[in-house]
Design a protein around this ligand. Structure first.
Ligand code: NAD
Length: 309
């Protein structure tokens, strides 16, 4: 995959011996590499990659994500096309828009923000996206390519997880990776990407027996469950690399709530060799990898060899 990212720094916190993997810094570096590559693509070939983001309805969190995607897309020198549709948009209208974007030569990437309102079949909409423009990597064509090891567009958060693991461990060959969570958007693609990195992969889920013992086998542990601080320090093998995908809002003393991951950070950081924080770990990598996917989609569609980063 050509994932080359600088190593991370060491934590200054006395409670923690683990290296804190600085996802914010690694994502910023990746975004600036994309911006440089985009500027060369414009200069040399006159191509401006374009990303279309479609949002249906008023979900406030989704609108925050879409604004952020638009800002970073423009920040990387690309064209950003935002389509904000009302909650009552019919499935036929949405499919019609996707069909138009599929044939729009200014658009190289199409992202339909999930979740969609209940009356729309999410899978029907995702599968309608041209796989060449599927920058989320959710179509069955790209999922299949990932499964059989062919090049394609792969899901952003999982690609970001692998980049973070590589920043901490350098060579993943032979490492035992334990992934907790088997969703199509995180757990399964992380498992396949780590398999391509020559890890020995164990994929765990809600029916796994004695999960703590299985997790303790991991040189790498990826937690993608959606349960606040479920993975405890004594589930972690000393020196392991811990990648926490979870984003959970829990109550806080000031009543505003705070974000925590699926890993008990303080407990795990005492044992792990390296660990991602929440926030500031996997989260920022998702948009950076979306920008990278859009750049790569534009290169593939326009017949230009992409830069390898
Ligand atoms: P999901 O609900 O689709 O899947 C959760 C998985 O966890 C399932 O496969 C389930 O089998 C497993 N699971 C549930 N309870 C379990 C248990 N007790 N023990 C073991 N496994 C259990 O969730 P998802 O979409 O994969 O997301 C997981 C987490 O990652 C969520 O907190 C989500 O907010 C976060 N997320 C973050 C990003 C990001 O950009 N950082 C992106 C996507 C998801």
């Amino acid at each position: 995959m050509g994932l080359k990212v600088r190593p991370t720094g060491r934590s200054g916190e006395s409670m923690s011996d683990a290296k804190i993997i600085d996802g914010k810094a690694i994502a910023a570096e990746l975004r600036s590499r994309v911006a440089e590559a985009v500027s060369r693509l414009k200069e040399t070939h006159g191509i401006t990659p374009g990303l279309a983001v479609v949002i249906v309805g008023d979900d406030p969190a989704s609108h925050v994500y879409v604004r952020s995607k638009g800002k970073h897309t423009r920040g990387a020198g690309k064209a950003s096309f935002e389509h904000k549709l009302p909650a009552e948009t019919s499935q036929a209208e949405l499919l019609d828009l996707v069909a138009k974007l599929n044939t729009d030569s200014a658009v190289h990437g199409i992202l339909v923000q999930l979740p969609l309102p209940g009356h729309i079949d999410e899978n029907a909409v995702i599968q309608a996206i041209d796989p060449a423009k599927d920058v989320d990597g959710f179509t069955t064509v790209n999922a299949g390519k990932l499964a059989i090891g062919q090049p394609g567009l792969f899901p952003c958060t999982p690609v970001g997880c692998v980049m973070l693991a590589r920043s901490a461990l350098d060579d993943l060959t032979g490492a035992h990776a334990v992934i907790i969570g088997r969703s199509n958007i995180v757990g399964k693609p992380v498992a396949q990407l780590l398999l391509q990195e020559n890890c020995t992969v164990t994929l765990c889920h809600s029916r796994t027996r004695d999960l703590p013992s299985v997790a303790r086998l991991g040189d790498i542990v990826v937690a993608a469950v959606g349960r606040p601080e479920m993975v405890k320090g004594d589930w972690i093998k000393p020196g392991a690399c811990v990648i926490d995908v979870g984003i959970n809002r829990i109550e806080s003393d000031d009543g505003k709530g705070r974000l925590v991951g699926d890993v008990d950070f303080a407990g795990a950081a005492r044992v792990a060799g390296s660990i991602t924080p929440v926030p500031g770990g996997v989260g920022p990598m998702t948009i950076a990898c979306l920008l990278r996917n859009t750049y790569r989609a534009a290169c593939a569609i326009e017949g230009v060899e992409p830069e390898d980063f």
